[in-house]
Design a binder for this molecule. Structure first.
Ligand code: HEM
Length: 391
């Protein structure tokens, strides 16, 4: 149902129906769907809610095979691996990236300034996060385009497979994963010989310390950081620009009060979640509202529906950047709370501030096309015309 491409532009009426009907028991109780905020908030923090999707008795998970990243692991492995990279994502490290993020945004604006139009996805929302995370990891710039292709293939494989297993899609993801692994193995060998001040060297160092991190865990972590770090942020930035252009009063408010820029990011995360859903598998009895999932059962959590739950948010279908922030589940909650949330917020704030201040008379050109996947949902193209770019 949710996989229907016709729904990609506006899944929210269906999501509202599913939320009202939640929790919905399917497949003789082995699969439960919920879009209620209170259910998600509880499940994401429940100790029987496992991220190890291979425990599922329902269907093979959408995640490609190979070593699993810590996104798909439970403690103690999750704790060990997450701790190794978390020092690269502290608030202080992220805040220090602001000048570089600003520089990249300025350069991207300069490229389109003369054209009087841009595709917000291709010209802005995609290149920024891929460049920043690649620089953090230490990936050479000339390989950015190749990453775009691999990451697109891997991201498509994140869509759950229950309803519609697609062998071609999975094969594409596995090939991308193999190529990614080969590429990173070469970079890792280089860093072993010549360490630098980058995230990859930090991980290679942890590997060399003994049993902290195996080479296949190291590879899985690199893939996770690249994939998790840009499809998602691309969607956030494109969704925010789209919402501002569709709600000109909100763009005016942001221009008049630049301090609303963080509120604008939070409201976009709530209103149009870049990651629309996630899953957990029961590793013991797992309550979902008034139901209980048996061991191996799967719960499909509709983040995008929970973020518009009227029990938590007033007038939830309205885009309002002055809303009191907090409460949305766009970055999940509990031990898997998004590690890159601070980075995504920073990139979004820099872009939206620059967009509001510098793009003169922006307007949407033509209809918005969406990418095929519904988990990481966002525009494939977003053509915007303007009268100029100020300095
Ligand atoms: C708007 C942008 C982003 C959104 C909406 C987002 C959303 C999420 C969500 C919902 C999860 C939890 C998934 C689950 O447990 O089921 C997650 C986990 C994660 N995210 Fe993000 N993310 C974003 C940007 C980033 C960035 C920029 C990075 C890193 C560069 C990143 C790295 C991660 C990692 C490493 C995890 C796994 C955390 C763990 O399992 O402990 N994300 N993200």
């Amino acid at each position: 149902m949710l996989a229907d491409p016709a729904l990609r532009a506006d899944p929210y009426p269906l999501l509202a129906q599913l939320r009202e009907a939640s929790p919905l028991s399917l497949m003789d109780g082995a699969l439960v769907v919920t879009g209620r905020h209170r259910d998600l908030a509880a499940i994401l923090r429940h100790q029987n809610a496992s991220s190890e999707r291979q425990r599922s008795m329902v269907a093979p998970s959408g995640v490609p095979t190979g070593a699993l990243s810590f996104l798909s692991l439970d403690p103690p492995d999750h704790t060990r691996l997450r701790r190794l990279v978390s020092s690269a994502f502290t608030p202080r490290v992220i805040a220090a990236l602001r000048p570089r993020v600003t520089e990249v945004v300025d350069a991207l604006f300069a490229r389109v300034a003369e054209q009087g139009r841009m595709d917000v996805v291709d010209d802005l929302a995609y290149p920024l996060p891929v460049q920043i995370i690649s620089e953090m990891l230490g990936v050479p710039r000339e390989d950015d385009e190749q990453f775009r292709v691999w990451s697109g293939l891997l991201a498509r494989a994140l869509d759950p497979q229950f309803a519609d297993p697609d062998p071609q899609r999975m094969a594409g993801a596995e090939t991308a994963r193999d190529e990614f692994d080969r590429y990173f193995s070469r970079l890792i060998a280089q860093r072993r010989a010549h360490p630098r001040e980058d995230l990859l060297s930090l991980l290679v160092h942890a590997e060399s310390e003994g049993d902290k991190l195996t080479e296949s865990e190291l590879l899985a972590t690199c893939v996770l950081l690249l994939v998790a770090g840009h499809e998602t942020t691309t969607n956030l930035i494109a969704n925010a620009v789209l919402a501002l252009l569709r709600n000109p009063d909100q763009l005016d408010a942001l221009r008049a009060r630049p301090e609303l820029v963080e509120g604008c990011t939070e409201e976009t995360l709530r209103y149009d979640a870049p990651v629309q859903l996630t899953t957990r598998v029961a590793r013991g009895p797992l309550p979902v509202g008034d139901l209980e999932l048996p061991e191996g059962g799967v719960v499909l959590m509709l983040i995008a529906a929970a973020n518009r739950d009227p029990d938590v948010f007033d007038d939830p279908d309205r885009f309002d950047i002055t809303r009191k922030p907090g409460g949305h589940l766009a970055f999940a909650a509990g031990i898997h709370f998004c590690l890159g949330a601070g980075l995504a917020r920073l990139e979004s704030a820099v872009v939206l501030d620059a967009f509001a201040r510098r793009i003169v008379a922006p307007r949407l050109l033509g209809p918005v096309e969406y990418k095929a996947n519904f988990t990481l949902r966002g525009p494939a193209r977003l053509d915007v015309g303007f009268d100029g770019v100020t300095t």
